[in-house]
Write a protein that binds this ligand. Structure first.
Ligand code: N01
Length: 487
């Protein structure tokens, strides 16, 4: 059903980004938007990642919308279920379901230059025309399944952390976990106490720092609800602490990295007594090069007699378990793939055809680029949320997203109020911006190891090389001089 308004806006994706965009539009007095979501429910990451132990490793007072702060977070680092409940509450409060088309996948977008509009095709074959598109499809959405020989021969249960099968009861089973990234450090300590035996296959160890998680007592929640400025103060402090610590995580400096290494080694020593085990768990790459993990109990799990860390390379998966290169068969009733995600930013999420028939895949053939991660030359009136080079390694991604939404809304107001056909980022402005970003990358720590941050050629089109505050200052306003303005 086409929105009847004369200025229809499409938001693609009903995760944090899409929900945030919808609310900020309403706050700006714009309600002519439709949210398209391919899944049957809102929530994105927090709808999909329901594995035991799933939580956010950014403090909840910062990892929430600035205009929808929640005094009732039960602990410093909220669980996935609690974040999803928060999103459902926010959606209900703002009555966003009235704007939503769930189970509706956008499969193609084509720009009509004469009309200054995007024609979006849904999976059902119908079409929706929007003057502006805000794309909040996320970067880490589709699970990456490893290509290990023999995977189809396995006779037990196999599941990816991002597609947890709650029908499977792991209690009393022999379970193998493949992968030791951000998802693994949460699922491993959560399932270890319930399974009969846990084998964790580590290809590369990770730097893990202490989490110092804690439940918020009732009186504190009451106080935060009664005096919202205290909640804002808590958010402010947590945000600036992560900013101040940021360079330890992202800057390529031996001295700063050493601070991170010392903190992580302290965390390792307090959790693991066995020096051999400690050695196996200690990374050899620079601190921050891969995502720094946060946990108080991941490493300690390996001290249990019913948990084994395997560092031999996996050769194949067989009917009864996982065989490593040393010839050993590690028997398993279930295998958990904590192997991460396909990086959504490498290609367009679906065919996106801009001006003069140019596709986004063509524009991104040398790596995903956009102006401040948001707008791409040749793709007018299209605003990306959480786009190329806007990921943080050290703080809440939502800070970046809110700035992007503010930018898009200022553009929308211009287009609507001045009767413009479209605005399109100037190619020279986009190129200069990205040259600057890649120049700054040389001073960042991410080039020295293999991670999902990097494209196969080693270039980084995922993370923002700097502070969140600086990005926000640069990105939050729409500057007409940087755009082609077409009436
Ligand atoms: O995935 P990952 P993730 N054989 O790609 C290993 C976000 N996130 O789901 O390092 C053996 O980090 C792989 O090994 P290696 C966050 O941005 C956030 O854990 O490539 N092993 C690695 O150990 C994060 O960065 C939260 O050598 C194989 C692991 O699998 C991103 O999601 C929580 C293999 C994959 O680690 C991804 O995290 C969770 C193979 N064939 C996730 N293939 C928060 O709390 C892969 N591996 C906010």
């Amino acid at each position: 059903m086409q929105d009847e308004s004369d200025f229809p806006i499409a938001i693609i994706g009903a995760g944090f980004a899409g929900i945030g965009a919808a609310i900020q539009l309403l706050q700006a007095g714009i309600d002519s938007f439709t949210i398209f979501e391919r899944a049957g429910e809102v929530g994105g990451t927090w709808r999909d990642n329901t594995y035991p132990g799933a939580a956010c490793d950014v403090p909840s007072h910062v990892y929430s919308l600035s205009f929808e702060q929640n005094p009732n977070w039960s602990q410093r680092y909220a669980t996935s279920g609690e974040i999803q409940a928060y999103l459902l509450d926010v959606v209900a409060k703002w009555d966003l379901r009235a704007h939503m088309r769930l189970d509706t996948e956008i499969v193609e977008a084509r720009f009509d230059e004469d009309a200054g509009a995007w024609h979006l095709k849904t999976g059902f074959g119908d079409q929706f025309s929007a003057r502006v598109v805000i794309a909040g499809v996320g970067g880490l959405v589709d699970p990456a399944y490893p290509e290990i020989p023999g995977m189809s021969e396995f006779e037990g249960e196999m599941m990816h952390t991002a597609r947890w099968n709650h029908e499977v009861d792991l209690s009393g089973k022999q379970v193998s976990v493949i992968g030791t990234g951000a998802s693994a450090v949460q699922v491993v300590p959560a399932i270890a106490p319930i399974v009969a035996f846990l084998t964790v296959f580590q290809r590369t160890p990770a730097w893990v720092v202490a989490k110092f998680d804690a439940f918020y007592p009732k009186w504190l929640k009451k106080l935060l609800a009664r005096f919202p400025f205290l909640l804002r103060a808590s958010r402010f402090v947590k945000y600036w602490v992560s900013e101040i610590r940021g360079p330890i995580v992202f800057y390529n400096s031996k001295l700063l990295s050493l601070i991170g290494v010392l903190l992580s080694k302290w965390n390792l020593r307090r959790q693991v007594k066995d020096p051999e085990l400690r050695k196996k768990l200690t990374p050899t790459f620079q601190f921050g090069c891969k995502r720094v993990l946060v946990s108080d109990d991941y490493w300690a799990t390996f001290e249990r007699s019913d948990v084994e860390l395997v560092t031999d390379t996996i050769e194949r998966i067989e009917a009864k378990g996982v065989r490593t290169k040393d010839g050993r068969l590690h028997e398993a009733d279930a295998i958990v793939l904590a192997t991460g995600f396909k990086l959504g930013l490498v290609t367009a999420p679906f065919p996106i055809i801009g001006r003069e028939g140019k596709t986004l895949d063509d524009a991104w053939s040398g790596g995903a680029v956009a102006y401040k991660g948001m707008t791409v030359a040749g793709f007018p009136n299209w605003f990306i949320l959480m786009g190329p080079n806007t990921g943080p390694g050290h703080t809440s991604v939502l800070v970046y997203t809110e700035a992007q939404i503010a930018h898009a809304i200022e553009a929308i107001q211009r287009i609507r109020n001045e009767g413009l056909k479209y605005v399109e980022i100037r190619q020279d402005v986009q190129d200069r911006y990205n040259e600057g970003i890649q120049k700054r990358m040389k001073h960042m720590v991410w080039g020295g190891c293999k991670s999902w941050y990097l494209n196969p050629d080693g270039s980084n089109h995922s993370l923002y090389p700097g502070f969140a505050a600086e990005y926000v200052l640069r990105a939050r306003h729409f500057k007409p001089a940087e755009y082609e303005i077409v009436k």
